[in-house]
Design a protein around this ligand. Structure first.
Ligand SMILES: [Zn+2]
Length: 483
């Protein structure tokens, strides 16, 4: 199936055409490992994994590279504070990060290089840039000369003239141009250092991604992903380094995920401190975080709030209650061709949504159409059971959804228990706002329409626990009041 991607380089939605359709070359900027990762870091990790999974589900083979930045100022600073070797410190947090990645159900990339293992390639690339006249040595540093690359700014649409505004020229007198950036810097005493033609030192941040992409994917890649905060200057600098060193286009397509914002809504006390991936996952399970981050399109801004957590809890509850009920359904000899057709249609729609700029929320809406169909026809009604063929195509579709989105991976009973505890925490510590009450009332109405009485009763209980009484009126409307 053709995939369409909103290409940040051209600012257009375009058909994705890999150079070699049998092997896509995909690079995603990975984390700097100086501490436990934050839920905000999880968004870029989940989006990179979603892109990888969807490309696989659409039938492509993918060479996927996501790096670890294990040499960095922040790492050196933290390690010095704790009195440990910086590479020991960063290795410790690579391992912690890998645990978080596992709990978020991230697939292992084809390659996960570290800066400390890529030093030869980094030095080689800098040598090429110096030899070709794009970089120069000044006081032991190697700097990239930005005006030497005439396409600089093509990704972020920034003009070199405009970049000079606001930069204090007197800050760094050795720079030929204020936008020039560091490729290699000399080590200060006590800092980790590698031998180089310019003396012992370490690389600047940007060069690692150019060198790693070249090492594992070649000079010209198909797709590059990262958070929107990396577009300038990091990705702009990657393009400059790679295109000047390699003499060809770096990446045909660029994807940027938007921010996860904090602070728009005051978080309740029960959730306020839950800010690292580890702490969130311990309280709610990885699937809740993954679901929450996948339920908004990657190019939309996302606000971290109790509301989005509650929505993720409700979705997960609906999905896993369904899985439990579905597994108990008896098989009958009677097939229902109309329903088999309907499941086929939903399957096609899911693949279409995923191929349409990785629209996971659209695919999730289709999953709920499937759940509604099977609930209405077989679980909530007194049917004689589900036909074998329909059961198989439903199961196939559920596993397709799980593989292509990475959602639906925890044990249903365990996650339902966690969701139950999380709900108690939320409703017990914080009175429901009117907005939340209205959304629960609306959700209950939907549950009743799809004959999901278990859920509708649960919502009634949640509301009752918070002192809210609901009344179903004869005209079909529902009103609520405080007790
Ligand atoms: Zn990068």
């Amino acid at each position: 199936m053709d995939i369409f991607i909103n290409n940040s380089l051209t600012k257009k939605k375009e058909k994705f055409v890999p150079q070699d359709k049998d092997l896509i070359k995909f690079y995603s900027c990975g984390p700097t490992t100086y501490d436990f990762l934050h839920v905000g870091n999880a968004r870029a990790l989940v989006v990179g994994d979603l892109i990888y999974r969807i490309l696989l589900a659409e039938g492509y083979k993918v060479n996927f590279v996501r790096n670890f930045t294990d040499v960095d100022d922040k790492i050196i600073e933290r390690a010095a504070k704790e009195g440990v070797d910086p590479l020991v410190h960063s290795q410790r947090f690579i391992e912690e990060c890998q645990k978080d990645m596992k709990s978020l159900n991230l697939l292992t990339p084809t390659h996960s290089p570290k800066v400390s293992d890529t030093m030869n390639e980094i030095i080689e690339m800098i040598e090429v840039l110096v030899a070709k006249g794009y970089a120069y040595v000044a006081e032991g540093e190697v700097l990239f000369n930005v005006p030497s690359f005439k396409d600089y700014g093509k990704l972020s649409r920034k003009k070199l003239e405009d970049l000079q505004h606001g930069i204090r020229v007197d800050v760094d007198a050795k720079k030929k141009h204020p936008s020039d950036f560091v490729l290699w810097k000399p080590a200060k005493p006590g800092e980790p250092a590698w031998k180089s033609p310019w003396g012992p030192g370490r690389p600047g941040w940007h060069i690692e991604c150019s060198a790693m992409a070249k090492k594992f994917l070649g000079d010209h890649i198909d797709l590059h992903h990262g958070g929107i905060d990396l577009m300038f200057p990091h990705h702009e600098n990657e393009i400059a380094q790679s295109e000047c060193a390699n003499g060809c286009t770096f990446s045909n397509n660029w994807c940027h995920n938007e921010f996860l914002n904090f602070g728009a809504e005051k978080m309740s006390k029960s959730l306020g401190n839950v800010i690292t991936i580890r702490a969130f996952v311990e309280s709610y399970g990885g699937e809740v975080l993954r679901h929450l981050l996948s339920s908004v399109h990657y190019r939309s801004k996302m606000e971290w709030s109790d509301g989005v957590i509650e929505r993720a809890l409700s979705d997960i509850e609906r999905i896993h209650l369904f899985l439990l009920e579905f597994s108990k359904l008896k098989t009958s000899n009677k097939e229902t061709p109309a329903n088999i057709e309907e499941v086929k249609k939903i399957r096609k729609n899911i693949l279409n949504e995923l191929a349409n700029d990785f629209n996971v929320p659209g695919a999730l809406a289709e999953l709920f159409n499937l759940i509604r169909l099977i609930n209405r026809e077989y679980i909530a009604s007194s049917s004689e059971g589900i036909g074998q063929k329909l059961k198989e195509s439903t199961m196939e579709l559920l596993s397709l959804m799980a593989a292509s989105t990475g959602l639906i991976y925890e044990n249903p009973q365990e996650i339902l228990d966690k969701v139950g505890q999380a709900r108690k925490k939320i409703s017990g510590s914080d009175n429901l706002t009117e907005e939340k009450i209205s959304s629960l009332v609306a959700e209950r109405k939907e549950a009743r329409i799809s004959r999901d009485f278990k859920r509708s009763d649960e919502i009634r209980n949640i509301l009752q626990d918070s002192g809210v009484e609901i009344k179903d009126n004869p005209d079909g409307t529902t009103t609520w009041s405080y007790k």
